[in-house]
Design a protein around this ligand. Structure first.
Ligand code: GLU
Length: 501
């Protein structure tokens, strides 16, 4: 790659960032890292009607949380700033003017009512109204009146828009890194609005001008923008600028059925589609962060939505992804979103955390229940159960018996409680009372010695013993539990079981 790689994520701050947007940001980030380039964030807020307070902060916070923050953006290395389009407002008009001067755009004075009527007329004839080459010379535009008249109407404050004058009868052969050669017929395009009389550019004009001025080398964005590609390429051509390279990422599809993943799918199936929680008056949309996902797990599963490195490897650190990422290996076909697989990723990343860190995350949950436990014990408890957890929030259910005695006993397991069991448990209590050093290994040795000497079968003791301590036949190595619960509590639970089973 000859020129400096500069890629951008260019969201419109219209609400929380959908997971698809996050994937776009991630692929841009990885591409920049891979090529020693720059990943920047530009806020596309020219449509003031759709502006949502807090959305911009949300986007930034989400990228920070995921560890894929841009190196240039609002308030950070503003080399080509401002990075908020609303603050670049005064810049765009000259470009609209330039297009008009060279005959690549024109003023259209049609009122919204006039356009509405046209639409209805077309509909009545079973046709769809498209503002384009076929009718622009018959509509109220600067193409059919003199320059003097045009200037007069604008000076008089008449409502207008600037539209792109799409060239006629051309077949465009465009290149997309992911999709290859794509053909577009210009006659099928409409003359898109580029600028409005309120002084604001539309997305198309602002996007192209800024990608040029900010020296964007590659435009990597969602497939939903593919239909805009011919207009964008034509705009670059009209300005006499080199177009960046394009890569349109595949859609993220629903877990079940067809179509694009939506927030509704998440609500229905109980998984988030946003990186962070988003609160509005209408309610709360849940986020991956608040649901206990590790940012590394989210990055990892998003990276595999539409890309793989050609091997079976599934676990990648961010650094590894940046090293291996290749736009040429991004698929064209949509990528199915699999919430169960996402949990699997979180499970994997949970196992990679240190027991100390996990204990720190678990501690508030335990303390909130009024339980006093020392940190070292907590670390050991976490270490013994984490293998079965996907989230830190699973810990309590997996480990509650370490902190509180069972209040009931699993019915099926209680069938192992035979007539001779109380007597055996009573003997076990005496054995335990005499254990000096109360460590897992020592307790195990002594208890097993006692069983061997008295020819007591393993199952006769171990299952009722576990049932007494845990309330069910689950959990890690029994003597680890015994040590962690302590001598006094172990005996108490055995006595309770003898009395109630
Ligand atoms: N502002 C557009 C969006 O909301 C940017 C699309 C593009 O990357 O060109 O996604």
């Amino acid at each position: 790659m000859s020129k400096q790689v500069r890629v951008r994520f260019a969201p419109s701050p219209t609400g929380p960032l959908h997971i698809g947007g996050v994937r776009t940001a991630l692929f841009n980030y990885l591409f920049a890292k891979k090529h020693g380039g720059v990943f920047y964030l530009r806020i596309e807020d020219t449509d003031q009607n759709r502006f949502v307070p807090g959305a911009e902060e949300y986007i930034m916070e989400a990228l920070e949380w995921l560890g894929i923050a841009p190196s240039e953006t609002v308030g950070r290395n503003e080399k080509f700033g401002p990075y908020r389009q609303s603050e670049r407002k005064d810049l765009y008009k000259q470009y609209a003017d330039q297009l008009i001067t060279y005959g690549n755009a024109y003023y259209a004075f049609d009122t919204p009512e006039a356009l509405d009527n046209l639409r209805k007329e077309y509909e009545a004839e079973g046709k769809t109204f498209i503002y384009n080459w076929s009718n622009r010379e018959k509509l109220d535009t600067s193409l059919v009146i003199s320059k003097e008249e045009t200037d007069k109407r604008i000076a008089a404050g008449e409502h207008y828009v600037v539209r792109f004058k799409t060239p006629v009868d051309e077949t465009l052969h465009l290149q997309d890194i992911i999709r290859g050669d794509i053909k577009f017929e210009t006659n099928l395009l409409d003359d898109k609005v580029l600028f409005k009389s309120d002084g604001m550019p539309t997305y198309h004009l602002a996007n192209i001008v800024d990608d040029h001025l900010m020296e964007t080398s590659h435009v990597i964005r969602g497939e939903e923008w593919l239909p805009s590609m011919p207009l964008h390429v034509l705009l670059y051509r009209s300005f006499g600028w080199d177009a960046p390279e394009f890569a349109h990422l595949p859609l993220i599809l629903k877990p079940i059925g067809n179509g694009k993943l939506s927030k509704r799918d998440g609500d229905k199936m109980g998984f988030p589609v946003f990186p962070l929680e988003w609160k509005t008056e209408e309610g709360i949309s849940s986020g991956y962060r608040e649901n206990g996902f590790f940012p590394e797990a989210v990055v990892n599963f998003l990276a595999l939505l539409g890309w793989n490195d050609g091997t079976d490897q599934e676990l990648f650190s961010l650094e590894e992804l940046a090293e291996k990422f290749d736009l040429n290996r991004v698929h064209k076909a949509g990528a199915k979103f699999d919430p169960e697989k996402n949990k699997w990723f979180n499970h994997q990343y949970l196992q990679k955390q240190s027991d100390e860190d996990l204990a720190k995350a678990f501690a508030p949950i335990v303390y909130e229940k009024g339980i006093d436990v020392d940190y070292t014990t907590l670390v050991r408890i976490v270490s013994s159960i984490k293998e079965r957890a996907n989230f830190v929030s699973d810990f309590w259910e997996l480990a509650d018996y370490f902190f509180v005695a069972p209040t009931s006993y699993d019915e099926k397991a209680a069938k192992n409680w035979k007539e001779e069991t109380p007597n055996l448990m009573q003997q076990l209590i005496s054995v335990l009372e005499n254990v000096g050093e109360f460590t897992s290994l020592n307790i195990e040795t002594i208890v097993k010695d006692w069983m061997t000497k008295n020819e007591i079968g393993m199952g006769k003791v171990m299952q009722p013993f576990r049932l007494s301590l845990v309330g069910a036949l689950k959990g890690p190595h029994l003597f680890d539990i015994v040590e962690l619960i302590g001598k006094e509590e172990t005996i108490k639970r055995l006595e309770k079981a003898i009395a109630s089973l």
